[in-house]
Design a binder for this molecule. Structure first.
Ligand SMILES: Cc1cc2nc3c(=O)[nH]c(=O)nc-3n(C[C@H](O)[C@H](O)[C@H](O)COP(=O)(O)OP(=O)(O)OC[C@H]3O[C@@H](n4cnc5c(N)ncnc54)[C@H](O)[C@@H]3O)c2cc1C
Length: 379
């Protein structure tokens, strides 16, 4: 396989690099998981959109450039190498949008995708509930059909909703057939958070940012005219699995993020020379980032040949979440006592620790790999 850029890809890379060099804020923005930081990030997201870099692989009418998957990977590499801000639109652009492309009607795509790309609609993810995290099929929130009024009444509670307090919309799973259990009878709803009966309560994370929310539904009415169901009624599990595939796999965490972190780690090791075991850790982390790049290159080739990653996206998730911890732990070791200070490395380390939990815990991913990739018997 030839991984060097074609002339067109090289031109695309050069254009992306030049734009990022000219536009990435010179000083890092405050965390996008704070109210002020989120607003500052939205300005950035809109600049990206105006220059058609917000969603490069999307069709031109939706604000994209119809870039190939390879070009998207190139953009991601350049984006992270330039130290550009975190993407606070990630749930809309990287999780909901691929699901809309797969399951949305033409009308839904035309209506929603341009607003997602332009950071006008800001989406959060409503899967987890107080008694259903790993066991997503155990959710209890429900939606009841109101035939007379022509719509659905939503009730229940979601939790751990990332940036929910700052978002405008939520995509989430609700039980629509109380006669069915577990994976059956679930429906995927698209909910404006200003719907009467929806209450969003933000709360702080351990690192202090108000990055989470609980979302309560109390007879929140969604009229049929809102066209708020993605996929069919009762088809929610299948649609949700497409979203989780994007979250675990390539779209949420492309290799560019880790390649850039590995390069920064090597630069740190040069400035604070590492010896012995520590030197080996630096090298191992750098090789890990390159290995993830090659793994995803293979995955993209397979996708272009028509075979999606399916359950193998759990392998991505295991790989990137453990690599992220390894990269940050090694950096903290290199920093020595300075690791105690509030630095991008120490903040990144705290967030990396949550990697094995969000997007489905790594224990669950190992079960999926064992059963569905390797064909081992259920534990
Ligand atoms: C930073 C962050 C952001 C998040 N953002 C969102 C969001 O935007 N939207 C959203 O809906 N959720 C979000 N979550 C929630 C996340 O999806 C859940 O925390 C996760 O699915 C685990 O669920 P739980 O916390 O209820 O833990 P539990 O499911 O109670 O699990 C507790 C422990 O038991 C283990 N365990 C459970 N079942 C098994 C099993 N069958 N086999 C082996 N081990 C098992 C788990 O691996 C874990 O270690 C976020 C979480 C974090 C940390």
């Amino acid at each position: 396989m030839d991984l060097t850029d074609t002339p067109d890809e090289a031109a695309f890379r050069a254009e992306a690099r030049a734009w990022l060099r000219a536009n990435v804020p010179a000083r890092p923005l405050p965390s996008g998981d704070t109210r002020d930081g989120f607003a500052r990030h939205l300005d950035w997201e809109r600049r990206l959109f105006d220059a058609r870099w917000a969603a490069v692989s999307w069709p031109v009418p939706y604000g994209g450039r119809e870039a190939s998957l390879w070009e998207w990977l190139i953009f991601e590499e350049e984006y992270y190498a330039a130290g550009a801000p975190q993407r606070v639109t990630q749930n809309g652009i990287f999780l909901l949008a691929p699901t809309l492309f797969e399951f949305g009607t033409q009308e839904q795509q035309d209506r929603l995708l341009p607003r997602i790309a332009a950071a006008r609609d800001l989406w959060c993810q409503g899967w987890s509930e107080p008694e259903a995290g790993s066991d997503l099929a155990g959710i209890k929130s429900w939606a009841v059909r109101d035939e007379a009024a022509g719509g659905w009444l939503l009730n229940g509670q979601k939790t751990w909703t990332t940036r929910g307090a700052f978002c405008t919309h939520l995509f989430g799973l609700f039980r629509t057939d109380p006669g069915l259990q577990r994976h059956a009878g679930l429906t995927y709803f698209l909910v404006p958070l200003d719907t009467p009966g929806v209450t969003v309560r933000g709360f702080g994370r351990l690192d202090g940012d108000e990055g989470f929310a609980e979302v309560f539904f109390s007879d929140a009415f969604l009229p049929d005219s809102a066209d708020a169901i993605l996929g069919g009624v009762g088809d929610g599990w299948r649609v949700a699995m497409a979203t989780t595939g994007s979250e675990r796999g390539l779209t949420l965490r492309s290799p560019g993020r880790f390649l850039a972190a590995a390069d920064r780690l090597v630069a740190l090791a040069r400035s604070a020379p590492a010896t012995g075991r520590l030197r080996e850790r630096v090298i191992r982390a750098w090789i890990g980032a390159r290995a993830y790049q090659l793994f995803t290159a293979r995955q993209v080739s397979e996708m272009l040949a028509g075979s999606g990653p399916g359950a193998r996206s759990s392998l991505n998730k295991l790989f990137w979440s453990e690599l992220d911890i390894e990269l940050h732990e090694t950096a903290l070791e290199l920093l020595g006592p300075a690791a105690e200070l509030d630095t991008p490395w120490s903040r990144g380390f705290l967030f990396a620790l949550s990697g094995p939990i969000y997007a489905g815990t790594n224990e669950i991913q190992r079960n999926i790999v064992a059963e569905r990739v390797l064909g081992l018997p259920r534990a």
